[in-house]
Design a protein around this ligand. Sequence first.
Ligand code: ZN
Length: 326
Amino acid sequence: MTSSDSGASSAADLPDYAPIPQSALGPALNDQGYYVGRVERNLYWVTDGVYQSAFLTTPDGVVLFDAPPSIGGNLRRAVDEIAAANGVSNRVTHLVYSHHHADHGGAASLFGGDVVRVGHEETRRLLLRDDDPARPVPEVTFADSYTLEVGGERAELAWHGPNHSPDNIYIHFPGHDTLMFIDVVNAGWVPIYNLNLSEDVIGYMQAPAIALSYPWTHFICGHLGRLATREDVSVHQQYIADIEASAREALASVDPTPSYMHYGQNAWAGVKAHLDTVTERAAAPIIAKYTGVLAAADIEIFTTTTTFAIMQSLRLDSGPSGPVHP
Ligand SMILES: [Zn+2]
């Protein structure tokens, strides 16, 4: 079959969505497709409108935090631009991995040579496993916390358990009133599928409270076009809390019997019918409440898959998954 025969292969077949709230959008990109801005003092952030990374300029060189391949060579341009404007070194001496995922670290190899790479010990283990030449493993690793000091500047790296990934760390800049914590909260937007493609549901749900326990004003969340605020984290927490409450209500109120009766011996068909009913019932009020509040809330698959993941975690992690047979 040709591509024109398949689903939404032409733009005319694609669905329409609610307008993006203006508050969810960031500054305009330059001609090369990036924006670099000061977070505070000598801490800068870079975005291509979808991904974010950050860097510190110091008298001893530049410390880079993540290297998303979508920003790629524009990271070098952003560092050069800022270093030239401020008359400081543009030499990247350190690169910190927030976590091992390729979409946030896949341009790490652009900064080769004598760069010191820093990351959680699990990041090193996972990168050794994944064996991707684009993401050289960190030589400097830590288990719980690590203070990175370069040129009189300080970043406090800490691991507080698995969430989005097993190795995702909190990067606190105490001298810059900033926290960098990637792939949990999207500033002004809903998480994409399955709680932003997260591996540990409970860890993901608890992580924003850990982020808020740090003192900070500016939050580098890793995605979309602007920095986040404490209010953004609170709205995200409310969205997740609303899903949890709605999932609990739907689990308690949807009678599974008709689904299982209908499919008889096909037990898995019964499971699907029951859980789909619970998921749709739980997700519908959330989609309605957050459309126009969080961008992309009306892309229903994002909220339904996140609702499904939370609903399953309520059964499997929190329990009980069902009544105990007498
Ligand atoms: Zn990730």
